[in-house]
Design a protein around this ligand. Structure first.
Ligand code: SF4
Ligand code: SF4
Length: 285
């Protein structure tokens, strides 16, 4: 199955020079996926946001101060060598989180999860959330929940699914029309379609006709400097978070500004030249 030539590899690229930090992606994600919220959301430690928008700054004094915003969904890691051993999948004792070799999507099966939260400890991106309470919606709002996504119960972990229900609907539509090809426009995540800045592009990284493939130009061969890294972008403006860990995320980021690319990789002093995109780095400090 791993070597199925027709396997999809869904992923996204987020343009950090277009993102304004408005948070529409986070709100549309919550609405689409029935993500619960608390009456008091001021304690961010306990709040659930499958898509979280972080603020970055170059730390320079005025007038040279610059900021950027970095939306962070689950990175749908392929794990070392891109074999499907994502950090969270590898540690789950209940197989409640699994790697889809036909889509590259890391799933979460709520009815199997017993809340040990090993996956939360293993995830280097803080992309997983624990339900400390049963979800409660303001009166009347439960009528507006999405019928395609099951709400989660107290005691289980949840995270971004790349709107997997939309993939299922698109696949059914394709089968009904006698095709096994899912058109690019038929499967798009809620955040992608909602972003008013057009900062998010989603599609099949394995399909050369998809925009995400054309922007990222993923290298299918292992990185000569780090054989655990596969799918490195051949676009010098494109990077992945903590790429050198070999988690092989399917969420890519893009920026003209080198300080943004450096921050995204969370490099240590003296490390940047070793970890930056080997295809070159036309910088824009
Ligand atoms: S970002 Fe975290 S939750 Fe998502 S696949 Fe990677 S390790 Fe798992
Ligand atoms: S909706 Fe678009 S512009 Fe707004 S925070 Fe999300 S990615 Fe950025």
């Amino acid at each position: 199955m791993i070597h199925d030539k027709k396997a999809h590899k869904y992923g996204m690229v987020i343009d950090l020079d277009k993102c304004t930090g408005c948070g529409t992606c986070a709100v549309s994600c919550m609405s689409e996926n029935n993500v619960p919220f608390k009456e008091d959301e001021s304690d961010k430690k306990d709040s659930i946001t499958w898509m979280r928008v972080y603020r970055l700054t170059n730390n320079k004094p005025f007038p040279d101060t610059e900021v950027a915003f970095l939306p962070r969904p689950c990175q749908h890691c392929g794990g070392k060598g891109d074999h499907g051993h994502s950090p969270c999948v590898s540690v789950c004792p209940a197989t409640a989180t699994d790697y889809g070799y036909d889509t590259g999507i890391v799933s979460q099966i709520y009815t199997r999860c017993f809340g040990c939260r090993y996956c939360m400890a293993a995830c280097p991106y803080h992309a997983r959330y624990f339900n400390w309470w049963d979800p409660v919606w303001p009166e009347g709002m439960e009528k507006y929940l999405s019928p395609n996504v099951s709400p989660r119960m107290r005691g289980v972990v949840e995270k971004c699914s790349f709107c997997y229900h939309r993939y299922q609907l698109a696949r059914e539509k394709a089968y009904a029309s006698g095709s096994d090809e899912i058109p690019e426009a038929d499967y798009q995540t809620a955040c992608t379609t909602a972003c008013p800045a057009g900062a998010i592009v989603f599609g099949d990284l394995n399909n050369p006709s998809h925009k995400v493939h054309q922007i990222v130009k993923p290298d299918p061969h292992p990185d000569p400097l780090n054989p655990d890294v596969v799918g490195k972008s051949r676009n010098p403006k494109v990077f992945r978070l903590l790429e050198r860990l070999g988690t092989n995320p399917k969420v890519y980021y893009m920026s003209e500004r080198e300080w943004v690319r450096k921050l995204g990789d969370h490099y240590l002093d003296g490390e940047w030249d070793k970890v930056k995109n080997v295809y070159g780095s036309a910088s824009h400090e």
